[in-house]
Design a protein around this ligand. Sequence first.
Ligand code: NAD
Length: 285
Amino acid sequence: MTLERLAVVGAGSMGAQIAQQAALGGIDVTLQDTSAEQLEKAAESNRGHLMRRVEKGKLAEGDAKAALGRVRMTTDLAEAARDSDFVIEAVFEDLGVKRSIFAELDRIAPANTLLASNSSTMGISKIADATSRPELCVNMHFFYPVLVMDLVEVVRGPNTSDETVERAMAMARAMGRTPVLINKEIDGFIVNRILHAATQEAYRLLDAGVAGFEDIDIAVEKGLNWPMGPFRLGDFSGLDVTYNARRHMFKTTGDERYRPSAQLEAKVKAGKLGRKTGEGWYKYE
Ligand SMILES: NC(=O)c1ccc[n+]([C@@H]2O[C@H](COP(=O)([O-])OP(=O)(O)OC[C@H]3O[C@@H](n4cnc5c(N)ncnc54)[C@H](O)[C@@H]3O)[C@@H](O)[C@H]2O)c1
């Protein structure tokens, strides 16, 4: 099978590593961002990750250099899309921005180019109708950090064709990632729904005074063998991320189960967002 040429739009925490992971799989990638500074940061960060693997003896130096060389950077969307068979969009979680990028990609990219979005919350049907090719549009939801996390949720919209689904699954595999197929657009897809359900229960236990957050984390880590309990994981991803995700789920479903916990809200309002601010549920050096 010939590898599809890939363009990744948005070089933030997700896009930079999606591009690098694809290049590790031997795929030629163009990484585009409107900010040249962001592209430089992405290149530097990816070099750091791959060189650490070389130092640890996990990756041959030649392979690291080849994978770094396979990612071309540009600020020009037309240049990125013109010669691509496959585009993965990973810009800010803003519907208007994503729709205008998809509309522009539709004008520039070849007629058979597949357009995927890495959105965590927007089903592809909200974006695909900004194009004339909704059958070629699909969600590919990667996990942070992409260079480490093996899973990709491929979510089909009502108009996504079988062939597009197969191409998205094949792209994920070519990148060395394991895809799962979700047949219906659903808020939170699979992983975040299960994570939300477990996290919500943890907050309910905390808010009801049943146990402290450390004991709930220990119970989940030792009893369910999860690498991190819900509070430690919240600190790791950012409590603002957890809080905003719950608010979004609560707003879109109206389901009381998703109402954000008062204690979580208090942490976010106090700017205690987890590791990145030095304190969340736990304190960090
Ligand atoms: N961070 C996560 O844990 C995570 C996990 C899964 C999915 N996602 C999804 O991935 C997407 C990106 O998230 P992120 O955390 O990487 O965001 P980020 O803020 O780190 O990066 C967004 C990038 O998009 C660029 N950008 C903005 N407008 C652009 C435009 N018009 N054209 C080109 N580039 C543009 C910005 O310069 C920035 O570099 C979002 O849809 C998010 O829901 C994030």
